[in-house]
Design a protein around this ligand. Structure first.
Ligand SMILES: [Zn+2]
Length: 281
C-alpha cells in the first residue's frame, strides 16, 4: 500500500496509484499524474552512483577520460549548438546561463566561447574535474542542495537538462532554482516525459525508470509546478518517438514527422523527452 502520509507536492492530492514496481516503486498522483519513487533513496547512495565509473559509461554514454580533443570539440559543438539554437528562438540576446548538473560541461563551454557568462554546479566530482581541467569552464563541484549562493547571483537563463527528475526533494530544489533566475529571466527544463508514447509502449521497460530518477513528470504537472513558482510558459516542445517511428519503413519516417508537426500532433507520439521553457515574472 502506498504511504498514506504522502501528499503530492505539486497539487496536494493524497491518492496515488502504483505505476511501476520492478527495481523500485513509483507512485503516481491520481490528480496531476506526477510520479514519485517510494520509498525515497538515500542521498549517500545517490552520491555514490554519481561518482561511479558505471554511471558515466552507461548513463552518460561516454567515458570522459578516453575522449580525444577532437571528440571533445565535436561534443561541445553538437550539444552546445542544439541548446543555443533552441534558446535563441525565444531570447534575442543571451547574456548569462547557469546550468545545474551539466555533466562534463560541453554545453557551458559552447556558451562561454560565445562570450556569454556561463557558470554552473555539478554534483559529480569526476565531471567537475574534467570540465575545469579540459574545458576551462566556471563550474563549482556541489549538489544543488549544498550549494550556497552567498553572493545571491542571478542569471538570465537557468538550465536543467535531464536533472530535475534526480532531486530527492524536488520542492526544495525548485525554491533554489527560482532564486537563481533573474527577474524576467528564463528557466529551461528538459526531463523524461512520463506521459510519453515511449513510456506507454515500453511500459516497465521504459529506459527512464532508473534508480536515481526520483520524480516522473509530464506536461500537466510541469506546467502546474512552474506556474506555482511564478513562471509563465513560453514553449513546450516534443519529439516524435523513435519507438513509434521504427514501426514504419525508413523512407516514410521523415514525411510522417513533418505531417505530425503540421497538425501539431507530436505530443501524441512523443518520445522520451519533454522540453519546457518558462519565463519568470
Ligand atoms: Zn498531484
Amino acid at each position: 500500500m502506498p504511504n498514506i502520509d504522502l501528499a503530492c507536492f505539486i497539487c496536494g492530492n493524497k491518492s496515488f496509484s502504483v505505476v511501476y514496481d520492478k527495481k523500485f516503486k513509483v507512485l503516481e498522483c491520481n490528480n496531476c499524474k506526477y510520479g514519485i519513487m517510494n520509498p525515497l533513496p538515500l542521498k549517500e547512495d545517490l552520491d555514490q552512483i554519481y561518482n561511479s565509473v558505471q554511471y558515466f559509461s552507461e548513463h552518460m554514454q561516454y567515458d570522459y577520460k578516453k575522449l580525444k580533443p577532437s571528440e571533445i570539440n565535436d561534443l561541445v559543438l553538437r550539444i552546445g549548438s542544439f541548446h543555443y539554437n533552441y534558446l535563441s528562438k525565444f531570447i534575442s540576446t543571451i547574456k548569462s546561463i547557469f546550468e545545474i548538473g551539466p555533466g562534463g560541461g560541453f554545453n557551458l563551454k559552447f556558451f562561454a566561447d560565445k562570450n556569454i557568462n556561463a557558470e554552473g554546479i555539478e554534483t559529480s566530482t569526476i565531471s567537475t574535474e574534467f570540465a575545469k581541467s579540459k574545458l576551462k569552464i566556471n563550474l563549482i563541484n556541489s549538489s544543488l542542495e549544498d550549494f550556497n549562493n552567498s553572493a545571491e547571483k542571478k542569471y538570465q537563463v537557468v538550465m536543467l537538462n535531464h536533472v530535475l527528475e534526480h532531486f530527492i526533494d524536488a520542492k526544495q530544489a525548485m525554491m533554489k532554482i527560482k532564486s537563481l533566475v533573474d527577474e524576467n529571466g528564463y528557466l529551461y527544463i528538459r526531463v523524461p516525459d512520463h506521459n510519453s508514447y515511449d513510456r506507454k509502449a515500453q511500459k516497465e521497460n521504459w529506459p527512464a525508470y532508473l534508480p536515481y530518477h526520483i520524480s516522473y513528470f509530464s506536461q500537466k504537472n510541469l506546467v502546474l509546478l512552474l506556474k506555482q513558482f511564478g513562471f509563465t510558459i513560453i514553449d513546450i516542445y516534443y519529439y516524435v518517438s523513435d519507438e513509434f517511428m521504427k514501426k514504419y519503413p525508413p523512407f516514410i519516417r521523415r514525411p510522417m514527422v513533418k505531417a505530425l508537426e503540421l497538425f501539431k500532433a507530436e505530443k501524441y507520439f512523443n518520445g522520451r523527452t519533454i522540453t519546457i521553457l518558462a519565463k519568470s515574472w
